[in-house]
Design a protein around this ligand. Structure first.
Ligand code: F6P
Length: 362
């Protein structure tokens, strides 16, 4: 009987997931003669018993494709699964034993989970119950620890940078303050990299709480110096020195129910009132999660997928593949989920941005 491994994609999608799927399926088949089973919609597929074989031909021609051919869900934490309730308020139950049994019935020797911090934490929980898990770090937020980059991040930075470039020209023509709100959740990597790449004048990230005075001073200083426009790149998690992040909605049955958003809108009104300069907002939203992966992400995703397939096929469980100084390495899953990787205050890209005159609103 041909030996099998299983694969799932969970949490928010991003460009490059299909490139990973392709690499896992092809490496397992070419280098080990093993088959791959694809679980549908992340852990939900293990709860609802939905999967399908992923053939070599399924994995062909998908390296450029955004999204995930397997589907995903960020509402299917087996340890805290929301069951339908008559009140409308979710009631949670632990269905991890169901997931363990379903996995056993597949006859697969390993489960590769492609996901961000939420997915990898679930993977670690299942590992402790005896599931042969391997993790691959995926997210546009780049907030998974122990890896220099997650795949998907570079593509989102590229999309955000292209948007900033376009907004730059209209900002210049109309002499406006233009605020671009980017995703990134509780960390500022996406705002930092796209802000630097797009030549942002002010970059606001969660790790450096901002002062409204400092932002307005910088905008007015530029205006008085003849630069009658300003580009402000705002992370959705940015917050004032003495304030909180702005929450746009709560998704009660989600693994992390908090959805951030709205900080740029709140700030724009205040900047306009104080500076008397017209201030407009563009929220990039889910655009940043869509589309074709960049070549960097395609290569990273392929390298991650190959390494994870090797671990799975050789029976080496309990780790996440990671990028360290150009090399693909493995780290214990528990180390990768121990904390979120936030932007250090003395990060070289922050210092670089400051040297070229970018303000962080302080
Ligand atoms: O984690 C990826 C991410 O896109 C975050 O940047 C963002 O805060 C969140 O997911 C949005 O989630 P949803 O698609 O559920 O609104």
């Amino acid at each position: 009987m041909t030996r099998k491994i299983a694969l799932l994609t969970a949490g928010g999608d991003c460009p490059g997931i299909n490139a990973v799927i392709r690499a896992v399926v092809k490496t397992a088949a070419n280098d080990f003669g093993m088959e791959t089973i694809g679980i549908e919609d992340g852990f939900l597929g293990l709860i609802e018993k939905r999967w399908r074989p992923l053939t070599y031909s399924d994995a062909s021609g998908i390296i450029t494709l955004g999204g995930t051919i397997l589907g995903t869900s960020n509402k299917a934490n087996p340890f805290r699964f929301a069951k339908p309730s008559v009140t409308g308020e979710p009631e949670f139950e632990d269905v991890s034993d169901v997931v363990m049994r379903t996995f056993e019935s597949l006859g697969a020797s390993a489960l590769v989970a492609i996901g961000g911090d939420g997915t990898l934490s679930i993977a670690d929980g299942l590992l402790r119950k005896g599931m042969p898990m391997i993790g691959i770090p995926k997210t546009i937020d780049n907030d998974v620890d122990c890896t220099d980059f997650t795949f998907g991040f570079d593509s989102a930075v590229t999309t955000a940078t292209e948007a900033i470039d376009k907004i730059h020209t209209t900002a210049q023509s109309h002499h406006r303050v233009m605020m671009i709100e980017v995703m990134g959740r509780y960390v500022g990597w996406l705002a930092l990299y796209s802000g630097v790449a797009g030549g942002g004048d002010i970059i606001l990230i969660p790790e450096i709480p901002f002062s409204l005075d400092a932002i307005c001073d910088r905008v007015l200083h530029r205006s008085k110096g003849g630069k009658r426009f300003s580009i402000v790149v705002v992370s959705e998690g940015a917050r004032p020195e003495s304030g909180q992040m702005v929450v746009s909605r709560m998704v009660k049955d989600s693994t992390d129910p908090v959805r951030l958003g709205g900080v740029a809108d709140a700030l724009a009104d205040q900047i306009e009132q104080r500076t008397r300069l017209e201030t407009r907002v563009t929220v990039l939203g889910h655009l940043q999660r869509g589309g074709t992966p960049t070549s960097f992400d395609r290569v990273l995703a392929t390298r991650f997928g190959r390494e994870a397939a090797i671990l799975a096929c050789e029976g080496k469980f309990g780790s996440m593949v990671a990028l360290r100084c150009g090399d693909i390495v493995t780290v214990p899953l528990k180390d990768a989920i121990a904390r979120l990787k936030s932007v250090p205050g003395d990060h070289h890209v922050i210092k670089t941005a400051e040297s070229v005159g970018t303000s962080f609103g302080v």
